[in-house]
Design a protein around this ligand. Structure first.
Ligand code: ATP
Ligand code: MG
Length: 328
């Protein structure tokens, strides 16, 4: 059976981009593959975080995994810091990663720009991410388009490691959706929707209420024409709305474009808001139930055990081939 791994950072409110580009796509995979879905709390530490808020967001994200449809009996759901192999493998892989490779990562360039307190962790993040994936011998990694470059580095590191120390890792394949892999910010459709965006107008949070969703879509930046067509280069705002609608309804963008011929942007905005509201409603209800019972901590505890057991062999192999002697 194929193995799948993916993770999300508890850095803020999960948004529609995270959902359509990643989380929603995890759900069918739990049926067909041995899957591991991680709340990557160690990655969240690469930018300044309030400890109390980090704890809260970690549990919240795990609850969203379950609320969106991940079943802890089928997929392993866990927090990265609960399996110490991640930090260990991350260090070992940093020792085969080159500075030049890390310097070329566009995420590092974007996130470090304009900041005078860039951490070393933000720079070495892709090596930790490679460890996350390689520890589980994952065949496939479902992610949004922005993670493609990190995935390529993970593959390069795995190949290099295998060459240098002997066959150790499966080479993972990125699984990036055809539509919805890059949902753009509603306030600026030139940039991806992001948890760490400066303005609330950028994203639709998965837990946001109806009124606010409608308001944000109505204010979404489009263009000065009035022609509904899919052209991400020239019409990023309108194309973004069509992508969102397409992933949720399952209708191809082409069909939607035909349906909206002769209609105005206002119409498209209101309809998109409505399909989003209907998609999120059951997730929000389930989320509220889950957070009242305290069962999420239990899910994470069980998941951590399964994750540790699954990564143990690879961890031991990495240490052995690199020349670390076994402890007693
Ligand atoms: P941050 O700004 O803190 O990095 P983020 O929004 O990029 O937050 P991550 O936790 O880094 O969220 O990413 C989780 C998953 O969501 C990844 O698979 C990533 O590729 C995907 N993703 C993130 N943003 C988008 C987006 N705008 N559209 C589609 N997928 C996205
Ligand atoms: Mg990100």
């Amino acid at each position: 059976m194929a193995r799948v791994f993916s993770g999300m950072q508890p850095t803020g409110n999960l948004h529609l981009g995270n959902y359509l580009g990643a989380l929603k796509r995890f759900i069918p995979l739990q049926e067909e593959a041995e899957s591991f879905f991680c709340v990557v709390d160690l990655h969240a530490l690469t930018v300044p975080r309030d400890p109390e808020d980090l704890r809260k967001k970690t549990v919240e994200l795990a609850a969203l995994y379950v609320a969106a449809g991940l079943d802890p009996e089928k997929a392993t759901l866990f927090a990265q810091s609960h399996n110490p192999h991640h930090a260990e493998a991350g260090w070992l892989l940093q020792c085969v990663t080159r500075m030049g490779e890390l310097s070329r990562m566009t995420q590092f360039k974007d996130k470090s720009q304009g900041s005078d307190s860039v951490t070393a962790g933000l720079f070495t993040y892709p090596a930790l991410m490679a460890g996350d994936i390689l520890l589980y011998q994952a065949d496939e990694v479902p992610v949004g388009e922005d993670q493609k470059q990190h995935l390529e580095l993970a593959r390069d590191l795995a190949e290099r490691f295998n060459r240098q120390y002997g066959e150790t890792f499966t080479i993972p394949e990125p699984r990036i959706g055809e539509t919805g892999a890059r949902i753009m910010g509603l306030d600026n459709p030139e940039k991806k929707m992001s948890k760490s965006a400066a303005s609330e107008a950028n994203f639709i949070g998965l837990l946001e209420d109806e009124k606010s969703i409608v308001k944000k879509f109505k204010r979404a930046v489009t263009d000065s024409e009035n022609d509904i067509r899919y052209d991400p280069e020239k019409k990023p705002g309108v194309s973004n709305l069509l992508s969102i609608m397409s992933v949720i309804t399952g209708k191809p963008v082409q069909t939607l474009t035909e349906e909206y011929q002769g209609k105005g942007y206002g119409h498209l905005k209101v309809d998109t808001a409505e399909v989003v509201i209907q998609e999120l409603k059951p997730i929000q209800e389930r989320f509220r139930e889950l957070t009242q019972t305290g069962e999420i901590e239990e899910v994470l505890a069980k998941g951590a055990e399964k994750a540790r057991a699954a990564s143990e062999k690879t961890m031991a192999r990495m240490k052995e081939v690199m020349g670390l002697i076994p402890g007693r």
